[in-house]
Structure formats: structure tokens, C-alpha cells
Design a protein around this ligand. Structure first.
Ligand code: ADP
Ligand code: ZN
Ligand code: ZN
Length: 835
């Protein structure tokens, strides 16, 4: 295998294929599938990932260039992850390098030089005594040695080094200047017993502190950080240094993991006796894990039904098999309380990964996983790429959350990646939620659509968990019709019912959460008298107000109409754009309820690292009466003294021009309703709306997931929206509109031609059978960004139609034309955000 097939890191469609390089002898022991390498490319040196090895290259070897270098001692990606990357690049139509780079911790993306050192406190392992003497001596000195130096001088020790890295005897680090690496701590290594005894004798009665330190080391002959030793014997660093100067001990820098949860203690917990309902849910999952079957489960349980305990026990089962587990949690729910539940059960075996960690911290956690020091990872979306080798279980909590879809390239969904990785590992997948996404839910329980069911890669087993653990009741939900309030002359933000409920809480010194869903405000038109909103006659999507042209537009199909002056439905002049923000609500609260203490949490108040947690802690300590905020107050919060949850203008999210708006609104309202009365005090939820009869609001009143889903699915089926049809959006951008038009048109017509050639029908709505239609090109929801215009085409299809493959083929056909005209294209397969 003397030729490496390399994907160079240039995220462009016309370079998206492997290039062959010969492997020089000095590197031959190092290069594996998944290695990161430096290669010559078009006169530059670029980084790339090895995706294959071959003895038989595509071109004459004499024309191939040589690999320049291997950048890490152990390949950062495994062959399995490379395979997963290849699958991702097909599934989400992105260049392979983009998929592969998404799996690397960012600390590994730079050019930082790698160092190899003997691990903390390790002696040379007995089974490696055959290693080259010079090489061994070099490392036994303890100082980190440049990887490039080892590659050059000990090429034949590649296997030894890799083996020792995998066993943890050696470790790989990066230089500290890059601030990516591992923190070093000056550590005292005690001399031999004889040396220390003679030191004590030599000191006699002089320098009592030095003597005391030596005695301490004699009694505890373990490496100890210099600072810690100084503190233990109550002396200065100087004293400790003089021990080293005299040769009785040695001080060396040692790298240390930065554990972001260091200093927090996690009370150990024992598995609970499962309730019969939990037991019924746990058993099939445990069975799949034990039989190493890659089965997907949908664990559908209301908040407080004990899902987390089921995750924990399933992980236990997985660990007992000697396997590893990945737990994905929405970024915002990755709070210390959440981490505590996993660390409390599995202690040191848990690694934590989320975006608030620094690059260095994340790199440490990543190494902990790769080196086998952690068997469980709890993390946000990208933790799905954790470098485990024997996965037995993948849990996705709150599986319906939009954060599991990455909105920049690669635009992957962690749920699908989980199913695919599980397939490669023979692992079980548990998708947990109180309000499963309609895609997941209908995949599990139907209604099946003959044509779409076949197009699904995975079909979950439905595991319901309908009751709360301690049979605590769900809170009482009341819906307030804001149109009635207006009729009675109340133009305030708070309905009479909500205002009264707030007064009562203030009197009783209980707490409340107020949710304002600000997203989408002022982009849609609504009548305050009757609740009418303008929607597209073709797509049934709210029309978006465009300030510039003062008209209302559908961003799916391009339909446009003039801005109305009176309500087309009831002729009221109270038709207007919404524009209330959290700040305005805060002011209104202060005015209406003098002395009220409010914590406001929104994008403006939570940008600083740790601020999110700071506000929540203050609220938990009852330093405020009201927690006011956007979506972020709805998720995963659990406060014993909250007895009132108020939702202001529930419709705002409902009217976003996205066909999933009702689903998101239902999920959000259900979730926020679950925040009240989780403990002894009973809870009450008040939802203010202009559209109380809308299914997604009316059903929240009775916590009726099934009722909502049934209506919503019926609606989606008619229009051919997911889960009945599937979507792909293509966004093109350029400085000039006509170029976009031309390219958009040729994309659409080429794709239509492919469909026609395959005998696929061209209307998706209200039909069955194979069909595909291309809508657009039309201006994107964000029609101009950074002086570039944006146009989009939307592909809508049903059944086993290879729309993804065709899209990708058409883009390859257009690659030249796009490059020449400077158009950039971005594809979103199964888009989650239509905005
Ligand atoms: P979910 O994840 O579905 O919201 P949790 O797992 O957080 O539910 O459980 C809700 C509460 O019930 C927690 O306080 C948890 O400790 C408790 N609980 C869960 N399972 C049991 C059980 N089998 N016996 C007693 N209490 C339980
Ligand atoms: Zn009206
Ligand atoms: Zn339309």
C-alpha cells in the first residue's frame, strides 16, 4: 500500500475527489485511513485526510507527488468515521472535506506542531522494552519531543509509538503557544528512596522545611504538582526547587487535562427501581443493546415521566457490555444540573462536549474519549462524532429540537447521523421527547404513506411513557383570547387574567416565567380584531412583509400581493405588524406592577460566557419574581417555586413563514407548560393568543399531542410537506440578479428534465405516487446578504425518487458555469428552517 488517496481541505465542488500521493518510506508506518497529512497541491502545501490506501493508483506512479508529512501520530479519524463522512457527503450533498472537517475538534484544524511525551507518572512499560534504545532514552527524559523529529529519526518505531499512544503510556500534545493544547503543571517527581533518605541525612537539622518536604515525598512517593507539595508542607516554591537543585527530586512540566467540571463534586447516585412503565420501555432497549442490533427507538414521554432514568440504565447496560455510549442534549439544556445526572452515575467515565468549552478544553475531552479514558460522552450536536470505536448506544434527548440540524455546511441532522453510525456499530438509538417531531413520530406509528415510508432509512420502534413518575398532575392550562380583550378596551400587553395571576404570585411570593416568542415579529401581518393573517394561496404559508417594496410575498413560490390597509376579512383598520420585544415587556411589567423584580433573558443579555447560568442561578435563589425571556426560558428549566407560566402572543411563532411553525409552536407551548408545578406547588399556565381555535393552541390546553399531530399530519399530507414529501432547497448568491435567474432556471429545468426522463409526475400536492416538482427560482427569505443577492429553488418530492442524487448530478453539470460567473450555491437537504 504505497499510495495514499487524499481529500485535500479545499471546500469546493470541483476539487471534491481524492488525489493520489506516493508514501515515502520514512512515513510508511504512519499513514492510515483517517490520517491528517500535508500534501503539495497546485504549488502550495495543503492539509488533507487520507481516505484510502492502494497499491494500484489510478495514474502512473511516476506522475504522482509525494506526501510531505503526517500531522498527528494517531490518525484523528477512524476508518469508520471516514466512511461516515463519505455517507454524509452523499446524503447532504456537500464536499467530502467539509464532512470530514466537521468531525475534527477545532484544535486539530490548525498547523500546530505535535509533541509526544511519556504520560503523567508513567514508567516505560515492560512490554515495550524491545524499542530502540535511543528512542526510549529520549522519551524517558520526560520532555515532550516533536513528532516530526521522531518521524525523521525513528521511522521504524511507528508501531511502538502508536501502540503506546493507544495504551495511554504515551500522550500526544500540542504546543502551548497555540493556546490549543494541554495545560502544563510543574510536577515534582520524587527521587529513589535511597536518594531521598540520604538527602534527609545530609540535611540533618538544617532547613527543616526541605526536610519536611522530603519526608512527605518519602511517605507519598507519587508525582505531585509543585504547588500542591508546597501547600502540603506549608512552604514556598523556592524550598521545593532546592530539593530538585540538589538532585533529590526532579521537577518537570506535566500536561494536565482541563476538566471544565473540576472542583464540582457530583454526588454519586444509584440506579432507581424502575416503575412498571419505565421497565416496559427499558427492556426492549436493553435487549437491542445486548444483541448488538442497530435498532432505533422513539421514547415518547411527557416531561417528568422518567426518561432520563431510562437513559442512565440503558447506558449502564451498554457499559456492562464493554461498549460506549453517546448522549446528545440540546446545547441550551447542557446545564450543570444535566451533566450532574450523568457524572453522578458514571463519574470519571463521562466526557462533556459543548460549544461553550474553549478549543483546548474540547480537545482534552476529545482525547479522553479517543484514549479510552471516557466511555460516555454527553454533548451537543457534534458529539455525535465522538471518536469511540465500540458504540453500543446513542441517546438523543429532546429529539425534536432544531439544534440537531446544523445550519451551515455540512447541513447534517444528528438524528440521521446517529442512525447511520449505529448501523455501522450495531448500536441502539434512543430518541426521547415529550413532543416528538412529526417526522419521527409518523415514521414510528404512521400514518404510513405507501410512497414515503420506503424512502426512510430508519423506522423507530414506538415506546410510549404516558405518565409522570410520581403521578404529579400536569398543570392547568388556560387560553386567553386577546381579541376579546381588545373588544373590552384592554390594549395592554397583559390580559386581565394574566395581570391578576401575576398580582397573586407577587402577593404569595411565588415565582413566574414569562415567555415572549420574539422571532418573526414584524415580518407578518395580522389583524388585531379578528386574528386574520395573510397567507399564500398556493403554499398556505404566511406571507412575509417586505419593507422595501411594501408588499407581501411568499418565499416558497414567489407569489406577491399589496400590503392591505384594512383587514380583508373583517374590514378592521387594526391590521398591523407586530413589534414587541422583551425590553418593552420589561418596561410594561415595571409600570403595571411597581416594584416587581424581573430577570430578562434574551440574546442581548446572554451573549457573555456563563451569563445564561448566572441568570438562572439568581432566579433559583429567588432574587427575582419573574424570569422573562425568549425560547431559552422554556427549555429544561426546573424551579420549585414557579407556579405561573405566562405566554405572551403565542401566535408570533405560529405565523413564521415556515410550514413547521404550528409544530414548533405546539412543542414550545407544551414544553413551557411543563415548567410549571413540577414540585409540590400546583402550577398554572396562561397562554395569550389571537387565534385560540388554531389546532396547535387549542390542543395545548389538554396536553393533547395525538390530537394536534393528527390534524397537522392531515394538513401536511395534502400539501406534500414532510413527512409525506421531502424537500431540498438550493440557494444561489451573486452580485447580480439576472445571473441568478439564469442559473436558477437552468438548475430547475435540468432537474425537471431528469424527473421527466424517469417518468416521475411533476405535481406533489394532493397526489400519491412518485412525484417531483421544482419551485422557483424566487428571491430567498433573506433576499440580499453582504451585497449579494440570493435566489432559491425548492425541490419537493414524494416516494423513492433519487432527488438527492439528481440534485448533486445537476450541480456537477453546472459547476463550471457557476465557477465562471462567480455564483455560489448552497444546498440544504431536508431543511429544518425555511427562513
Ligand atoms: P424526564 O427525563 O422524562 O423529564 P426524569 O428522568 O427527569 O424525567 O424524572 C423525573 C423525576 O422523577 C426525577 O426527579 C427523577 O429523579 C424521578 N424518577 C425517575 N424515575 C424514577 C423512579 N423509577 N422512581 C422514583 N423516582 C423516579
Ligand atoms: Zn380582521
Ligand atoms: Zn406560495
Amino acid at each position: 500500500m504505497s499510495v495514499a488517496r487524499v481529500i485535500v481541505d479545499v471546500p469546493s465542488r470541483d476539487i471534491d475527489r481524492p488525489f493520489d500521493y506516493t508514501i515515502p518510506d520514512r512515513l510508511s508506518g504512519w499513514v492510515e485511513v483517517g490520517s491528517r497529512v500535508a500534501v503539495p497541491f497546485g504549488g502550495r502545501t495543503l492539509q488533507g485526510i487520507v481516505v484510502g490506501l492502494t497499491a494500484d493508483p489510478e495514474f502512473d506512479r511516476s506522475r504522482l507527488k509525494e506526501l510531505i508529512d503526517v500531522l498527528d501520530a494517531l490518525p484523528p479519524l477512524s476508518a469508520e468515521l471516514v466512511e461516515l463522512g463519505e455517507w454524509m457527503s452523499r446524503r447532504w450533498v456537500c464536499p467530502l472535506t467539509v464532512a470530514l472537517q466537521a468531525m475534527l475538534p477545532s484544535a486539530l484544524k490548525g498547523k500546530a506542531e505535535k509533541y509526544i511525551a511519556l504520560s503523567y507518572g508513567q514508567a516505560w512499560p515492560a512490554e515495550e522494552l524491545l524499542a530502540d534504545g535511543g528512542f526510549r532514552q529520549l522519551l524517558e527524559k520526560g520532555d515532550p519531543v516533536k513528532l516530526s523529529y521522531l518521524l525523521q529519526h525513528y521511522p521504524h518505531e511507528a508501531d511502538t509509538i502508536k501502540r503506546m499512544l493507544r495504551s495511554g503510556a504515551l500522550m500526544e500534545t500540542q504546543k502551548v503557544e497555540d493556546r490549543l493544547s494541554v495545560r502544563t503543571v510543574l510536577t515534582v517527581f520524587p527521587g529513589s528512596e535511597d536518594v531521598m533518605r540520604s538527602g534527609i541525612a545530609e540535611l540533618g537539622k538544617r532547613a527543616p522545611k526541605q526536610r519536611e518536604a522530603l519526608e512527605y515525598l518519602l511517605a507519598n512517593p507519587e508525582p505531585i504538582p509543585q504547588q500542591q507539595l508546597a501547600e502540603a508542607v506549608g512552604t514556598t516554591i523556592g524550598t521545593i526547587k532546592s530539593l530538585a537543585d540538589k538532585g533529590w527530586a526532579e521537577i518537570r512540566p506535566v500536561t494536565e487535562d482541563r476538566d471544565p467540571y473540576a472542583g464540582r463534586s457530583f454526588a454519586p447516585t444509584k440506579p432507581m427501581q424502575l416503575t412498571p412503565a419505565q421497565q416496559g420501555a427499558y427492556e426492549p432497549i436493553a435487549k437491542a443493546i445486548q444483541e448488538e442490533r442497530s435498532e432505533v427507538f422513539l421514547l415518547h414521554g411527557v416531561t417528568g415521566s422518567g426518561k432520563t432514568e431510562i437513559y442512565l440504565q440503558s447506558i449502564q447496560t451498554c457499559l456492562a457490555m464493554g461498549k460506549e455510549a453517546i448522549v446528545l442534549v440540546p446545547e441550551i439544556a447542557l446545564t450543570p444540573q444535566m451533566v450532574e445526572r450523568f457524572k453522578g452515575r458514571f463519574g470519571e467515565r463521562v466526557a462533556v462536549m459543548h460549544s461553550r468549552l474553549s478549543n483546548g478544553e474540547r480537545y482534552d475531552e476529545w482525547r479522553k474519549i479517543r484514549e479510552g479514558r471516557a466511555q460516555v460522552v454527553v454533548g451537543a450536536r457534534s458529539a455525535i462524532f465522538a471518536p469511540f470505536g465500540r458504540i453500543g448506544l446513542i441517546v438523543i434527548d429532546e429529539e425534536h429540537e432544531t439544534t440537531y440540524k446544523q445550519e451551515e455546511s455540512p447541513k447534517y441532522h444528528a438524528r440521521d447521523v446517529a442512525a447511520e453510525r449505529a448501523r455501522l456499530h450495531g448500536a441502539a438509538v434512543v430518541l426521547g421527547s415529550a413532543t416528538p417531531s412529526l417526522e419521527t413520530y409518523s415514521a414510528a406509528v404512521g400514518p404510513y404513506d405507501k410512497d414515503t415510508a420506503a424512502g426512510r432509512a430508519w423506522q423507530p420502534v414506538y415506546v410510549p411513557l404516558p405518565e409522570r413518575v410520581a403521578a404529579r398532575p400536569l398543570p392547568k392550562v388556560s387560553i386567553v383570547d386577546m381579541r376579546e380583550e381588545l373588544k373590552l378596551g384592554n390594549r395592554a400587553m397583559f390580559s386581565r387574567a394574566l395581570a391578576q395571576a401575576i398580582e397573586e404570585r407577587l402577593e404569595r411570593q411565588e415565582q413566574m416565567v414569562l415567555l415572549l416568542n420574539r422571532r418573526g415579529y414584524s415580518t407578518f401581518v395580522m389583524c388585531r380584531s379578528c386574528g386574520y393573517t395573510a397567507s399564500c394561496p398556493h403554499c398556505d404559508i404566511a406571507l412575509t412583509y417586505h419593507r422595501g417594496s411594501q408588499n407581501l410575498r411568499c418565499h416558497y413560490c414567489g407569489y406577491a400581493e399589496r400590503e392591505p390597509e384594512v383587514c380583508p376579512s373583517c374590514q378592521s383598520p387594526h391590521i398591523r405588524f407586530f413589534g414587541t420585544g422583551t425590553q418593552k415587556v420589561e418596561e410594561a411589567l415595571a409600570q403595571t406592577f411597581p416594584g416587581i423584580r424581573v430577570i430578562r433573558m434574551d440574546v442581548d443579555t446572554t451573549t457573555e460566557k456563563g451569563s445564561h447560568e448566572k441568570w438562572l442561578t439568581q432566579f433559583r435563589e429567588r432574587k427575582a419574581d419573574v424570569l422573562l425571556g425568549t425560547q431559552m426560558v422554556a427549555k429544561g428549566l426546573d424551579f420549585p417555586h414557579v407556579t405561573l407560566v405566562g405566554v405572551l402572543a403565542a401566535d408570533s411563532a405560529l405565523k413564521l413563514p415556515d410550514f413547521r411553525s404550528p409544530e414548533r409552536t405546539f412543542q414550545l407551548l407544551t414544553q413551557v407548560a411543563g415548567r410549571a408545578g413540577r414540585h409540590e406547588l400546583p402550577g398554572e399556565v396562561i397562554i395569550q393568543t389571537y387565534e385560540p381555535e388554531h389546532p396547535c393552541i387549542a390542543t395545548v390546553e389538554h396536553h393533547d399531542y395525538a390530537g394536534f399531530t393528527e390534524q397537522e399530519l392531515r394538513h401536511r399530507r395534502v400539501l406534500g410537506y414532510p413527512p409525506f414529501g421531502r424537500l431540498i432547497t438550493l440557494t444561489l448568491s451573486h452580485e447580480q440578479v439576472p445571473v441568478l435567474h439564469t442559473l436558477g432556471e437552468s438548475f430547475a429545468s435540468k432537474l425537471r428534465a431528469k424527473a421527466e426522463a424517469e417518468g416521475v409526475r411533476q405535481t406533489v400536492a394532493s397526489g400519491t405516487g412518485l412525484s417531483l416538482e421544482v419551485l422557483g427560482p424566487v428571491p430567498s427569505p433573506i433576499p440580499r446578504l453582504k451585497d449579494r443577492y440570493r435566489y432559491q429553488c425548492m425541490v419537493k418530492y414524494r416516494g423513492e425518487v433519487d432527488a438527492i442524487g439528481w440534485t448533486s448530478a445537476v450541480l456537477r453539470e453546472l459547476a463550471d458555469a457557476m465557477k465562471r460567473s462567480g455564483v455560489t450555491a448552497s444546498v440544504d437537504v431536508d431543511p429544518q428552517m425555511m427562513l
